[in-house]
Design a protein. Structure first.
Length: 713
């Protein structure tokens, strides 16, 4: 049966077998993507990481109180006692989209469960959107390849798996959909449809900006593409109104939201689009009044002048603060050579700069075919497959490829843009290669062998990263439990954090204020329903610094600081490993597996304190001062009993280079009358004596009646 055979007709649309094939492949891509993203469910159906807990609570607020209340909401559980203006400091469209879709599709499902599924579903649905986008460049075959490549792309799946109710999945969905509508509009022959697509493209891309700040990346290829349009398009009358209309709508919609806000119109991002559009209009005017031989030259002179003047203005703005500059992470994306001097920024793992090895693991085979795709686009060779890519689409694909790879070199989290860019180019290459191979006309036997070999080769190349290496391939990399089940450590899942938060919720007054490191703020606010001094929004660096100084102060000074903060409880988290061996009949443990005992190095740097004060000389081992003279050291219910070198199998009572500290349980604060605070809860794993991984969440109540004793001299 021929692929063009008609199956049935709906109105004027003739549904054929090839349409059925397209739908089947898209369903396959969606299913594969969702199954990979859903792997964390086997460990427990929970939100993942930290931000999703706040996003769930904000979405819940809309569902229960409505949008008008949401835009007036000052969250009193966040950054006590100041609170947080939620709509001004959040991804409003993430909360709004989730709330609206829940009310439409949620049924009787609990909202918590819906927000767990939301990123996996939205991320998987994006395979359809990228199919539509790439189809514009190089046809249906390329679009189908793009959908399959997107379905298994490691950086994209990592930041869009089950429970990842954060900005990226929805931001990428809106961003690619906005790009598709815009590019489809300027390639449509129906001007009425073009107008509608231009309008909706600007609106959707504006929604993307309010869903995820990372969508500002799309401004870079858009701006460069608009600069290139006068050189590759002849329909200047159409561009004269369509491009300004799109840019105006996009900037207006983005500015309507409190974040990015009205300042976006005159920020570097907004101005770059405005300047690109002004160049487009000016260039078309110059070409209209210039002689044929001078048109391109005069436009290039104008472009060069704009680039020189623009660079000069950026330098002046940087020195005089003339224009509002983006936050460091956005500037760093544009200029990966910028170096952060903020330890709070450096302490966040997703802000790390990816190494060449990491980038290869993320993209591997995509890099090869993306290179081929770029070569095919630039090549003047005529292919038998007769794939015709319009000049403007070639330019956009190349711009997207270069800018995506460039921007992703700054932060690991931005590797998603490298993936999108490489997928576009690789899909074009695979489409051309496939059509070229299947048009080979030799003897039937030889032709069949070549085609089968090609299919097997492509299949094998793309299967390798999915299944190899055995323990760190693209599939099982996301086969990990939710962060709240591990405390962001590499330990097996446990209910320590869930039990501790439930205990706080049921056993502390509702108006209690909890002090902890900022990592745990959203968990405490959402699951324990208590106010915290800081949280993962990191809005107030001085407050986080003050908490770090409190933890590293002497017990008396730390208690006074907690009084000034009006805190009622302090939560600390410890992770380590228990051994079968005993020391003086006490079980031996080793700390340093990702709890506060490991994060303390960042506490010190963020508090701007001297590291040598807390560590043994030239080592990462805490000294006696840390354990005996700081509030954090006293709150960690372990004490060092000996030092051991595993290679030499030797023990030492004092620290020596190469020796690791071994500890035993030692609750130092248990007297509710005489201690500055006392332990009121320790999570179940602390009491377990089975050898292996150990985590402990400890809740201390602050003794409001404590009288600090002056140190004796």
């Amino acid at each position: 049966m021929n692929s063009q055979t008609s199956l049935f007709q709906i109105s004027s649309f003739d549904f054929k077998i090839n349409h059925l094939l397209v739908i089947g492949i898209l369903v396959l891509a969606f299913s594969v993507s969702f199954l990979i993203r859903a792997q964390p469910a086997e460990y427990g159906f929970e939100l993942n990481e930290f931000d999703p807990f706040f996003n769930f609570r904000a979405t819940e607020y809309i569902v229960e109180n409505g949008f008008s209340e949401y835009f007036e909401w000052n969250d009193d559980k966040s950054w006590y006692p100041h609170g947080r203006d939620v709509s001004a400091t959040s991804q409003v469209m993430l909360h709004s989209t989730a709330a609206i879709t829940y009310q439409i599709f949620g049924g009787d499902m609990p909202l918590y469960d819906f927000t767990i599924l939301f990123p996996a579903i939205i991320g998987s649905l994006t395979v359809v959107v990228i199919f539509a986008l790439v189809r514009l460049f190089a046809g249906t075959t390329a679009g189908l390849f793009a959908s399959l490549l997107f379905a298994v792309s490691l950086p994209i799946i990592i930041r869009g798996s089950l429970g990842w109710f954060k900005s990226e999945p929805l931001g990428i969905f809106y961003g690619i959909l906005g790009l598709y509508l815009f590019l489809s509009a300027i390639n449509s022959k129906n001007k009425k449809i073009s107008t509608l697509k231009i309008i909706f493209g600007g609106i959707i891309l504006g929604f993307g900006m309010s869903s995820w700040g990372g969508d500002q990346f799309f401004i870079i290829p858009l701006g460069l593409f608009i600069l290139a349009l006068p050189f590759v398009r002849k329909d200047h009358k159409f561009l004269l109104w369509s491009i300004p209309l799109f840019v105006i709508i996009f900037i207006l919609i983005s500015s309507m939201f409190e974040r990015p806000g009205p300042s976006f119109a005159y920020s570097l991002g907004g101005l770059s689009l405005v300047i690109s559009t002004l160049f487009l209009l000016s260039s078309m005017f110059i070409q209209k009044i210039s002689k044929d031989k001078d048109k391109i030259r005069n436009s290039l002179f104008l472009l060069l002048a704009i680039l020189v003047i623009g660079s000069f203005l950026v330098i002046i703005s940087d020195e005089s603060n003339l224009l509002p500059l983006p936050k460091f992470r956005y500037l760093n994306a544009v200029n990966p050579f910028l170096t952060s001097v903020d330890p709070l920024v450096d302490s966040v793992a997703e802000h790390a700069t990816p190494t060449i090895a990491q980038s290869y693991v993320f993209h591997s085979i995509y890099l090869i075919f993306a290179g081929l795709g770029a070569w095919f686009i630039l090549s003047k060779k005529s292919f038998q497959s007769k794939i015709t890519i319009k000049s403007d689409m070639k330019i956009f694909a190349l711009i997207m490829g270069m800018t995506g790879v460039y921007v992703s070199s700054s932060f690991i989290r931005l590797e998603v843009f490298a993936s999108i860019s490489l997928i576009i180019l690789a899909s074009i290459a695979l489409s051309i290669l496939t059509k070229e191979i299947f048009k080979i006309n030799t003897s039937k036997k030889k032709s069949f062998s070549i085609k089968v070999s090609f299919v097997l080769l492509i299949f094998t190349l793309f299967m390798i990263p999915l299944f190899y290496p055995t323990n760190s391939n693209w599939i099982n990399t996301v086969d990990i439990p939710a962060t709240i089940l591990t405390g962001a450590t590499n330990h097996p899942p446990s209910n320590d954090w869930l039990d501790a938060l439930e205990w706080i919720k049921l056993n502390t007054p509702e108006d209690s204020v909890i002090a902890s490191w900022w990592d745990y703020g959203y968990w405490i606010q959402t699951l324990a329903e208590r106010a915290t001094l800081s949280d993962n929004s990191t809005l107030e660096t001085p407050i986080i610094q003050n908490i770090a100084r409190m933890l590293l102060s002497t017990p008396n000074e730390g208690w006074k600081m907690l009084q000034d903060m009006n805190a009622d409880y302090v939560v600390v988290f410890v992770a380590g490993e228990r051994f079968d061996a005993k020391y003086d009949n006490e079980q031996v443990s080793y700390l340093g597996h990702g709890g506060d005992e490991s994060k303390a190095i960042w506490f010190i740097r963020i508090a701007e304190l001297p590291e040598q004060k807390y560590f043994e000389f030239n080592s990462g081992v805490f000294n006696n001062y840390f354990w005996n003279e700081t509030l954090l050291g006293k709150m960690i219910p372990f004490s060092t009993i000996t030092y051991y070198n595993t290679e030499l199998q030797k023990e030492s009572q004092t620290y020596q280079p190469g020796f690791l500290p071994l500890s035993m349980k030692d609750i130092k604060y248990s007297d509710s009358k005489n201690d500055p605070l006392w332990l009121v809860y320790a999570s179940p794993s602390f009491y377990d004596e089975k050898p292996g991984s150990m985590t402990g969440v400890f809740v201390y109540e602050i003794n409001q009646n404590y009288v600090p004793m002056e140190p004796t001299t």
